[in-house]
Write a protein that binds this ligand. Structure first.
Ligand SMILES: [Zn+2]
Ligand SMILES: [Zn+2]
Length: 44
């Protein structure tokens, strides 16, 4: 996002006990963003 190397995976749809077993949510690339720690903090 800022050009830094991403170190953390952010889920666009946040994981909950209900959806964590759903591959469409938990491992779907469309739902994942690789962010550095700073950007990850910003999106939360
Ligand atoms: Zn996140
Ligand atoms: Zn960043």
């Amino acid at each position: 996002m800022c050009g830094e190397i991403g170190t953390e995976v952010h889920h666009k749809v946040h994981l909950t006990p209900e959806n964590v077993g759903d591959p469409e949510i938990s491992i779907n690339q469309e739902n994942l963003m690789l962010l550095c720690n700073e950007c990850h903090n910003k999106v939360h």
